[in-house]
Ligand binder design. Structure first.
Ligand SMILES: NC(=O)c1ccc[n+]([C@@H]2O[C@H](COP(=O)([O-])OP(=O)(O)OC[C@H]3O[C@@H](n4cnc5c(N)ncnc54)[C@H](OP(=O)(O)O)[C@@H]3O)[C@@H](O)[C@H]2O)c1
Length: 239
C-alpha cells in the first residue's frame, strides 16, 4: 500500500487515477477546488480517501494542505501533479493565458519543488507530472497550453537529472497523454485517437508501476512525438 497525493482529482484523469489507485489498495489524498466532487469520490472510495479543497494557485495554502494531508495519511510515497487547465474561450485572451501559466506552470513547479524536497529528505519517492503530447508541439490555436506543457516536461527532465545526483531514490515520471475523454476535452472539435478515461488511466498506472521516465497515453502517440522531432519547424508552421 502506498500513500499517494493527487492534485486535480475532482474530474477526468485525476478522478479516475484516484479510483483505480484506491481500488489497487493505496491510500489517496485528493485535492481540487470543487468540494462536493471530492466528497462524492471519498464516499465512493471509503476510508482510504482523504480530501482537501484546494486552489493550487494559492501557493501558501497549497503547502499547508500538502503537509496536512501527509500527516493525516501517515506519509507520502508518490505525488501526482495532475491539476491543469486548457484554454477557456470565454475569457479574454490575456486572462486565459495568465490562468494557464498560474496553474500549469507556477502551481505545477511549486508542487514539484514541494514533492522533491520532501522525497529528498525522506530518501525516496515518486513524482508524477501530467504533461501532454502538446509538450512536443507549438500551436497558434493553443500557444500558452503547448508552451506550458513544454515547461512541465522540460522541468521534470531537469529534476530527474537532479535526482540522479542525490543519495536518494527519487523517480520522476512524465505522463504525456494525447486526447483523453474528460471535462477539458468535452468541447474540443476534431479530436482523433481519443482514449476512454479508464483505459488511459490503466496504462498510466502500468507505467508508474514500472517507474518509467516517460509514459505516452496511448502508446501510438509516441509516433507523434517522434514526428514532431523529425519534421522541420517551417513545415509545422504551415499546418
Ligand atoms: N484530457 C486530455 O486529452 C489531456 C491531454 C493531455 C494532457 N492532459 C492533462 O491532464 C490533466 C488533467 O486534465 P483532464 O483532461 O482530466 O481535465 P479535467 O477533467 O478538466 O480535470 C482538470 C483537473 O484540474 C483541476 N484544477 C484546475 N484548476 C485548478 C486549480 N486552480 N486548483 C486546483 N485544481 C485545479 C480540476 O479541479 P477543480 O476544477 O475542482 O479545481 C480538475 O480536477 C491536465 O493537466 C491536462 O492538461 C489532458
Amino acid at each position: 500500500m502506498k500513500n499517494i497525493l493527487i492534485t486535480g482529482a475532482t474530474s477526468g484523469i485525476g478522478r479516475e487515477l484516484a479510483l483505480q489507485l484506491a481500488e489497487a489498495g493505496n491510500k489517496v489524498g485528493l485535492m481540487g477546488r470543487r468540494t462536493e466532487m471530492l466528497e462524492s469520490i471519498q464516499k465512493e472510495i471509503g476510508e482510504n480517501a482523504f480530501i482537501r479543497t484546494l486552489d493550487v494557485t494559492d501557493l501558501e495554502k497549497a503547502e499547508t494542505v500538502y503537509r496536512d494531508l501527509i500527516d493525516e495519511m501517515g506519509g507520502m510515497d508518490m505525488m501526482i501533479l495532475n491539476a491543469g487547465v486548457g484554454v477557456d474561450k470565454i475569457m479574454s485572451p490575456w486572462k486565459a493565458d495568465k490562468l494557464t501559466i498560474e496553474v500549469n506552470v507556477l502551481a505545477f513547479s511549486h508542487g514539484l519543488h514541494f514533492a522533491f524536497d520532501f522525497f529528498r529528505r525522506q530518501g525516496h519517492g515518486h513524482i508524477v507530472g501530467m504533461s501532454s503530447i502538446a509538450s512536443h508541439l507549438a500551436s497558434y490555436k493553443a500557444a500558452v497550453y503547448t508552451a506550458s506543457k513544454h515547461f512541465v516536461s522540460n522541468y521534470m527532465t531537469g529534476f530527474r537529472q537532479k535526482a540522479k545526483r542525490l543519495p536518494a531514490d527519487i523517480t520522476v515520471t512524465d505522463i504525456k497523454p494525447g486526447f483523453v475523454k474528460s471535462e477539458m476535452t468535452e468541447n474540443v472539435p476534431r479530436m482523433f485517437w481519443v482514449a476512454e478515461t479508464d483505459k488511459a488511466v490503466k496504462q498510466m498506472i502500468k507505467g508508474l508501476d514500472k517507474k518509467k521516465n516517460i509514459v505516452y497515453i496511448t502508446k501510438r502517440w509516441m509516433l507523434v512525438a517522434w514526428l514532431a522531432r523529425l519534421i522541420p519547424q517551417f513545415v509545422w508552421d504551415r499546418l
